[in-house]
Structures are given as structure tokens and as C-alpha cells.
Design a protein around this ligand. Structure first.
Ligand SMILES: Cc1cc2nc3c(=O)[nH]c(=O)nc-3n(C[C@H](O)[C@H](O)[C@H](O)COP(=O)(O)O)c2cc1C
Length: 201
């Protein structure tokens, strides 16, 4: 069983990646059979959806960019959970995140391939109340459109996902112990629910 993380920062290996990594480490500890993987959109060209309709009956897109290379990874039937991490940009997700989400419409159109995957969201802002919750909400809405099962960050924090603050002059995202706890709890919760659902099959 696999849990896939998608990091939607335009910056490789930065705070959203670190939070997502923490999430997936916690997920992996839930059971020895859980594999984790991160797709980083940084450095990839993923253009917005043109709404051409080409993907209505095929898992393919005529836009010639890096998204098509991600299709086999995203379609893998072994994926039981997906965690999307994004920086907060003007109170919402990055443009990279939105373009990625819109291009994923092909998975809904072709047999609902994300259906029943457990979904979690990570949002990292530069300030404490910079729109993390709005961002979690916006990304979660997209996951729900795939008929995914979205979870909170699990007890004891159990709110809307992982919400973190990245303050480079004060130790960065790693120094946000409260936020990092939500990241760990989210990863664990996604893995726990994914395991339960798989075992119930
Ligand atoms: C265009 C832009 C808009 C931003 N808007 C917000 C914002 O609305 N709220 C916030 O808390 N931080 C905002 N930030 C700060 C980023 O969310 C923050 O630096 C984040 O840690 C970046 O994630 P990364 O390190 O994974 O790239 C913004 C940064 C940029 C570049």
C-alpha cells in the first residue's frame, strides 16, 4: 500500500516539502507495509488545463509538458492515500497546485481513479494566520470532487489538516513545533484510515 505526497511549492526541498516529509515519515510508521513517495512540482512544467475535453475518454492530455509523465504514478492502484502540500499564496494554494489539481480532472473522468483514496492537506504560510485554513479548505474541496475521503489531522490536534508557519529568520518551518505536530498527526491519520479501509475490503 502506498501513500503519495504531492508538494506544490515552486521551490524544491523547502518548507512545504519538509512538512510533507514529516507527514509521510509518520504515515510510514503506522505499518511496515506502507510505502511513501513524494512528487515535487518544483522544476516540473505543469500548465493549466485548457478544457479541451480530450481526456474525457482517455487517461492522456494533449498538452506536451511534464504532467503526462506523472500519470502512471498517480494512477497506481496501490495508492491508498494522497497528501497534498502547498505554500499559502495570497490566502490560497499556489498556481502550481491549482494547475496540477485541474489537470487531474482526467482521473475523475476515467473510472474515478482517485475514488476512496484517503486525502490529507498540508498548508505552509509565512505568517501564523496567513490563510492556512482557507488553503486547506480549497485543496480539500478539490479532493472531495474526486470522491476521496478527506481526514483531519487526527487526534489530539484534530482540526482541518496540517497548518504550519515558516519563519526563515526564526528557524524556519522546523521551529514550528505546533505545526509540525499537525503534520505528523495528519500523516498518521491518513495511514490509519487507509489501512482500515484496505483491511475491510
Ligand atoms: C506570492 C506569494 C504570496 C504569499 N502569500 C502568503 C499569504 O497569503 N499568507 C502567508 O502566510 N504567507 C504567504 N506567502 C509566504 C509563503 O507561504 C511562505 O514563504 C511559504 O513557506 C513558502 O513555502 P515553501 O517554503 O514550501 O516554498 C507568500 C509568498 C509568496 C511568494
Amino acid at each position: 500500500m502506498k501513500i503519495l505526497g504531492i508538494c506544490c511549492s515552486p521551490r524544491k526541498g523547502q518548507s512545504s516539502f519538509k512538512a510533507l516529509e514529516r507527514c509521510l515519515v509518520a504515515a510510514g510508521k503506522v505499518d511496515g507495509s506502507i510505502e511513501t513517495e513524494i512528487i515535487e512540482l518544483a522544476g516540473l512544467a505543469v500548465a493549466p488545463c485548457n478544457a479541451c475535453g480530450f481526456c474525457k475518454n482517455t487517461l492522456d492530455c494533449p498538452i506536451n509538458d511534464d504532467f503526462n509523465k506523472l500519470i502512471p504514478t498517480l494512477a497506481d492502484a496501490d495508492i491508498a492515500g494522497m497528501i497534498v502540500a502547498t505554500p499559502v499564496y495570497f490566502g490560497s494554494m499556489t498556481a502550481q497546485c491549482k494547475a496540477f489539481i485541474d489537470r487531474c480532472v482526467m482521473f475523475r473522468r476515467n473510472s474515478w481513479l482517485f475514488r476512496d483514496r484517503i486525502g490529507g492537506v498540508v498548508a505552509v504560510g509565512g505568517v501564523r494566520n496567513g490563510g492556512q485554513e482557507l488553503t486547506l479548505d480549497a485543496v480539500r474541496a478539490a479532493l472531495l470532487c474526486h470522491d476521496m475521503i478527506c481526514v483531519s489531522d487526527g487526534k489530539p490536534t484534530a482540526h482541518f489538516g496540517a497548518a504550519l508557519q515558516n519563519t526563515p529568520d526564526k528557524g524556519g518551518v522546523e521551529a514550528d513545533s505546533v505545526g509540525m505536530e499537525t503534520a505528523e498527526n495528519l500523516g498518521r491519520r491518513v495511514a490509519e484510515v487507509a489501512m482500515r479501509l484496505r483491511n475491510a475490503d
